[in-house]
Design a protein around this ligand. Structure first.
Ligand code: GP9
Ligand code: MN
Length: 709
């Protein structure tokens, strides 16, 4: 046996196999002990265990084509060395940044002020030797001829067979990955996902290709390209409405991101199996009907594959996400923006912050937010997230708002903040166990069934947060903006939902699908009563100018593609990201035009239809031009100073805030205003059953009855 192994190691293929196994072992070591990849199921473990194989075999097999003995071994060892260094570099980098190394990180390494340089030594751990000890052993073994070099070249056919096998393994791996996580490559959620499903090498290669592509387009863009953009923006500008302009001047802005919340949930009551009705979002409904709220019932999401992050792009910049993939991941860490946090900081002195209980590199937020100009980003690392209070997308909404207060109270006012809730997220199985409380719908689709319970949970979380805002006094100085980012029930599932929205599964069509793309949009301005429910047609791209005008900030010097929803000049055509569109009269969805009144397909005179379609398409094209070419770097008319992302660092933010409080002429944080006493106790949170003792009682009784039986 020992002899056999020794003989094998003395062949080129044997040595090749040894290196492949060693690299596999090192990868698995890193996966399990260093990276936090959020493994959730046996299949994910399986994919993780096989994911180093394909790229390792492929890369090492290059050396098999080299015929000369020493050159072949040297090539193999060199490739092995580079792979090991890449792996280890990621291990060290991850300890500091909880993220993987991108090509841009490597290219910009010198520029990263918070980079590895200073603290490299601190990042080293004793177990790191494991990543390199093999080199020592290998060199000794080779030097002492314990492993002998094999002078016989590997036959070209054999080498080719191994490379081919590697490619096949790769596609098998990719197939499994896609089955577990559809859209892995096209949507690029996060680097964690790519590493978890395809490994470090594949992730780096993928990132290199993407970086190359975006750099090309960017390099070809020139200041002249701005002219067309400027013309469009000038023609498209909708002047503010005097009645509302500056209504919320100087107030804090609090965004509440209502994950996957659709407009049909507003005022919706779910019937349980006894026929009793349960209001899904009673608190949000009360805001919706409040005179202090500007509500919209023909407001549409406009996201593409970037989902949440596309909604963020639209709201923060009044530009669209991309036609393919996620804008945040592809351009968020590179482009120049004229985004809300930056505009409000530079023109009105606002402090800005995002709160989100998921890891910061999801959707590349940790990089993108710097470029948008966010002063602070409190991601999962700032929260106590554990098995009981979270799910695959992060911390649940109630503990999320609760734990956010400790940071919020230290922000200087006025602030611009965003709370990205997440519990109401696919698969909506978060609160569907027996004692969750809110009834579970009864359709043929599990996903739909849980949707109402998670939405109800979100509603209560928002209510608790509002209670805190009121008790702490923040409420009166703030405006609160609520929006649904995109659909929660997809078109494919909608027919199953049909009966719940008084429609027929059999006659459900694309007209109906299109109507379901409505999402809530509300601006709650405490202390004024000019609100109400507007029927204006609009979308997420329109939010930024609407908000800025309410805050009394002019927008005509910025490149924004949307229009103030409260302006009399607002043009009521809503472009969906895929080129579909919606107007008060027509719905164009999946290449069919419908009349909104009859809800039936309709044919318009060609030119009339084309005018509409081109109008929608033009808005998308201009957006793509700006984003792909990074054109805003050429726009000097904004009056904004360029942002240096290196000025932003989302570590030790508590210390940073406290220091600002100390040194500020006047500490305007809520904590400061409260005589340096914390307001965290003012946040009250309860479970569904604590809110509904009758349900708890009922469940207890059922339990008892069961036991008696
Ligand atoms: C993840 C969360 C969900 O952090 O914001 O994003 P989505 O899957 O809806 O795009
Ligand atoms: Mn979302």
């Amino acid at each position: 046996m020992k002899e056999k192994i020794k003989n094998t190691l003395n062949t080129r293929l044997g040595f090749f196999g040894l290196l492949a196994i060693l690299y596999w072992a090192k990868s698995i070591l890193a996966y399990l002990t260093e990276f936090n990849l959020g493994l959730e199921s046996p299949i994910q473990y399986f994919i993780l265990f096989i994911n180093p194989i394909a790229t390792t075999l492929l890369l090492l097999s290059i050396a098999l084509y080299v015929r000369r003995t020493k050159a072949s071994y040297a090539t193999m060892l060199f490739i092995y060395f580079v792979m090991s260094v890449l792996l280890y570099a990621n291990v060290a980098y991850y300890r500091e940044f909880t993220d993987f190394i991108t090509i841009n990180t490597i290219l910009g390494a010198g520029k990263v002020s918070s980079g590895l340089g200073k603290s490299t030594l601190k990042l080293l751990e004793p177990q790191d030797l494991l990543y390199f000890i093999d080199f020592v052993i290998l060199f000794i073994a080779l030097g002492m001829k314990k492993i002998k070099l094999d002078a016989r070249p590997v036959r070209a056919r054999m080498a080719l067979a191994i490379s081919t096998l590697a490619v096949m393994v790769f596609f098998g791996n990719l197939f499994l990955a896609e089955t577990d996580r559809t859209g892995l490559l096209t949507r690029t959620f996060s680097r964690d996902y790519l590493v978890k499903y395809l490994g470090i090498n594949a992730f780096t290669a993928y990132d290199a290709v993407q970086t190359y592509q975006t750099t090309q387009v960017r390099a070809q863009a020139s200041p002249n390209d701005m002219q067309e953009v400027q013309n469009y923006v000038d023609d498209h500008y909708a002047a503010p409405n005097d009645e509302y302009y500056g209504l919320a001047k100087g107030k804090n802005v609090i965004y509440i991101h209502l994950e996957s919340t659709q407009q049909f949930l507003i005022d919706y009551k779910l019937k349980d199996d006894q026929g009793q009705e349960h209001e899904v979002m009673p608190f949000v409904n009360s805001l919706y009907h409040d005179d202090s709220t500007f509500s919209f019932d023909n407001f549409f999401h406009q996201v593409g594959a970037g989902k949440t992050s596309d909604a963020e792009t639209l709201l923060e910049t009044s530009l669209f996400g991309l036609n393919q993939g996620a804008f945040f991941t592809q351009f968020g860490g590179k482009n120049t923006f004229e985004a809300a946090p930056n505009i409000l900081q530079q023109t009105q002195g606002y402090t800005s912050a995002v709160f989100h209980g998921n890891s910061g590199n999801f959707w590349n937020r940790n990089e993108t937010y710097k470029h948008l100009g966010y002063d602070y980003f409190f991601d999962a690392s700032y929260y106590d997230v554990n098995e009981d209070n979270s799910f695959q997308y992060g911390l649940h909404d109630k503990p999320f708002f609760d734990q956010s207060i400790q940071y919020l109270e230290h922000l200087q006012q006025p602030f611009y903040t965003k709370f990205v809730a997440v519990s109401n997220h696919y698969p909506y199985a978060q609160f569907t166990d027996e004692d969750a409380g809110f009834p579970i719908a009864d359709t043929g689709d599990e996903t739909i069934n849980g949707y109402f319970a998670t939405a109800n949970y979100l509603d209560t979380a928002v209510e608790e947060f509002f209670n805190y805002l009121k008790d702490s006094g923040l409420y009166d100085n703030s405006i609160i903006v609520l929006y649904g980012d995109h659909y929660g029930v997809s078109d494919g599932r909608n027919p199953q939902l049909a009966p719940l929205v008084d429609k027929d599964t059999d006659t459900w069509d694309d007209y109906d699908n299109a109507q379901m793309q409505r999402v809530p949009f509300m601006v709650h301005v405490p202390g004024q009563e000019k609100g109400g429910i507007s029927h204006t047609y609009g979308g997420e791209v329109d939010v930024l100018p609407t908000l800025l005008h309410l805050l009394g900030v002019p927008t005509d010097n910025y490149i924004q593609l949307g229009q103030d929803l409260l302006s009399n000049d607002h043009d009521q055509i809503v472009a969906f990201r895929n080129g579909s569109f919606m107007t008060p009269e027509y719905t164009f969805y999946n290449q069919t035009l419908y009349n909104n009144e009859t809800q039936r397909p309709i044919t318009l005179p060609d030119d009339e239809f084309e005018t509409l379609q081109q109008k929608a398409q033009k808005q998308l094209d201009i957006s793509d031009k700006i984003n792909n070419g990074d054109l805003l770097r050429f726009h000097s008319g904004s009056g904004l100073n360029p942002i240096d992302p290196n000025d932003f660092d989302y570590k030790n933010q508590m210390e940073k805030m406290l220091k600002i409080s100390e040194t500020a002429e006047k500490d305007t944080s809520i904590f400061g205003e409260n005589n340096n006493e914390s307001t965290t106790d003012l946040y009250e949170t309860k479970t569904y059953q604590e809110y509904h003792p009758e349900v708890a009682e009922q469940l207890e009784k059922e339990q008892e009855d069961k036991e008696k039986e």
